[in-house]
Design a protein around this ligand. Structure first.
Ligand SMILES: Cc1cc2nc3c(=O)[nH]c(=O)nc-3n(C[C@H](O)[C@H](O)[C@H](O)COP(=O)(O)OP(=O)(O)OC[C@H]3O[C@@H](n4cnc5c(N)ncnc54)[C@H](O)[C@@H]3O)c2cc1C
Length: 478
């Protein structure tokens, strides 16, 4: 029995920065079996409690050990709709792996020894994809007289739609963009989540009968009221948090300063990295600065570096973050990969002002050094400016990746929809129903910027309430 954790295979940094292909290659069968054999199969496992949707981790790892990969996949599917996706993007080091008994007590994130649950989940998910197991799941017809509108095709919308369609409900997903998938398509780059992994799940939903209506902005093209009038029995809002936050410092509107949304959307959704083959261009810098410390910042940095490499420019991309590496909310693997790829980090640095040239293009960022003070409301230590520490960093392209907020278009068009101080939709946490009867919500529009698995967890809960309500309606009509 192997005691050492089995690492997933990866493309070497020198090769991978020259393209947008997937970096982590996952486990072979042999590697998955070795890793699964490290699981202690605890009598009282802690790992499932660390999973936001409570996957029976002990069971699925045991099934992998038994080489019953289909059973392992179906165990995961009981709680998580998209194992191949979650196995690639879940921040497991803060979730299931952190709760694993092999993580040292008091660790901020999972210890290296913790079982690589996410890679095993990915293995089971990819096995199902390679063997078309999804397509063998039958959908029932019990609620086929009802139709439900899902607004937004990110993980929340897709998950809710899948749950409903399996019960025979007719589901229309309205998506404002021309492509489906939400952040899974326009935010997370293909070198972390290849499009075919997402397309497989979307095609499965299509096989279940889910209908996708793209280029349709609910709140403008149709209101909630109009959707109800069209005969939808219930409406689910999976609108996400698609509006970027900014630093609010002087010079932030100079040319070549991108919001993270615009930068990543141009590259990922509009394939700007293949310009001119694809029509949307993106500016490429010689000295790129990324401001922020989350996944959006890591993705932007790794995208910017690849653009430099592909365009034959010197590799000079730096992440500026106001706290230290420990406080960075990004997945640890992304930080490690960014570093391996040659991305530089400036910690404890607070942007003060962007300075432009006489053409209105950014040429440098004036910053202040800081030190860590007392914890703030997030529990992380607050950065405190060091007086007189100002310095400048040259940059000809900058991406601001400091947080995302709820899009207000549909919310403004629906005054009866109650929101909180962050303009997120307020729901009953048990039912996920909003202040409007029959309108449900889940994902980032409810909890603010979160994770894929959290969005799916909320959507699944909402779908269950919708199913219960429709079944009740069905039986009272019978
Ligand atoms: C760059 C980036 C990297 C990330 N990396 C990770 C990661 O590694 N791991 C992780 O777990 N999480 C990650 N996250 C967070 C995660 O992607 C989100 O928590 C998750 O996508 C939220 O899902 P959602 O369905 O609520 O919203 P979204 O994925 O944002 O989808 C919402 C969809 O609704 C559509 N929409 C909005 N308003 C309307 C309207 N009025 N009418 C019609 N359509 C509308 C939008 O166009 C969008 O397609 C990342 C986020 C970003 C931005």
């Amino acid at each position: 029995m192997s005691k050492e954790p089995v690492k997933a295979r990866e493309v070497s940094p020198e090769i991978r920065i020259g393209n947008f292909q997937e970096v982590v290659k996952g486990y072979s069968e042999e590697e998955a079996l070795l890793e699964a054999s490290r699981c202690l199969q605890c009598k009282n496992p802690l790992c499932s409690a660390g999973c936001p949707v409570g996957i029976d981790i002990k069971k699925f790892i045991y099934q992998i050990k038994q080489k019953d990969y289909q059973a392992a996949y179906l165990t995961i599917k009981e709680k998580s709709n998209f194992p191949s996706i979650c196995g690639r993007v879940c921040p497991a080091e803060y979730q299931c792996r952190k709760a694993c008994i092999l993580t040292k007590k008091g660790s901020v994130f999972a210890s290296e020894q913790a079982i690589n649950i996410h890679f095993l989940e990915r293995f089971a998910g990819d096995y199902a994809r390679d063997n078309q197991i999804n397509t063998k799941v039958e959908n029932k017809k019990e609620l086929s007289k009802f139709k439900v509108a899902v607004v937004g095709s990110g993980p929340a919308g897709l998950c809710c739609a899948g749950e409903l369609a399996r019960k025979g409900v007719k589901v229309d997903i309205f998506e404002s963009l021309h492509k489906t998938g939400g952040v899974l398509r326009y935010g997370i780059p293909p070198f972390r989540l290849p499009a075919d992994v997402l397309d497989f799940e979307i095609n499965y939903l299509k096989k279940l009968g889910v209908n996708f209506i793209t280029n349709f902005l609910v709140g403008k093209a149709k209101t909630i009221e109009e959707l109800f009038a069209q005969g939808y029995a219930k409406i689910f809002l999976g609108l996400g948090a698609g509006v970027p936050s900014f630093l609010g410092v002087k010079g932030e509107n100079l040319c070549n300063i991108y919001s993270v949304n615009e930068f990543l959307t141009r590259v990922n959704l509009m394939s700007a990295y293949k310009f001119p083959e694809f029509h949307t261009p993106v500016n490429i810098g010689r000295n790129v600065l990324i401001v922020g410390g989350g996944n959006t910042a890591m993705d932007s940095a790794r995208v910017a570096l690849r653009l430099q490499k592909i365009n034959g420019l010197p590799l000079n991309t730096t992440v500026v973050y106001r706290r230290t590496e420990i406080e960075m909310p990004a997945r640890r693997l992304e930080i490690e990969h960014a570093r391996q790829e040659g991305i530089k980090f400036e910690f404890l640095v607070q942007p003060k002002e962007f300075i432009g040239d006489d053409q209105g293009f950014v040429k440098s960022l004036a910053c202040l050094r800081s030190k860590l003070g007392e914890p703030d409301s997030s529990g992380r230590r607050r950065p405190v400016i060091i007086e007189g520490s100002e310095f400048q960093i040259d940059c000809d392209l900058c991406v601001i990746a400091v947080g995302l907020k709820a899009n207000q278009i549909l919310i403004n068009a629906t005054p009866e929809l109650k929101t909180n101080q962050y303009s997120d939709v307020i729901v009953d946490s048990e039912t996920m129903e909003s202040s409007i009867k029959g309108v449900f919500a889940g994902g980032d529009i409810v909890g603010g910027e979160g994770t894929v698995i959290e969005a799916m967890g909320m959507a699944k809960k909402a779908a269950q309430t919708i199913i219960n309500q429709l079944l009740k309606k069905e039986s009272s009509n019978a």
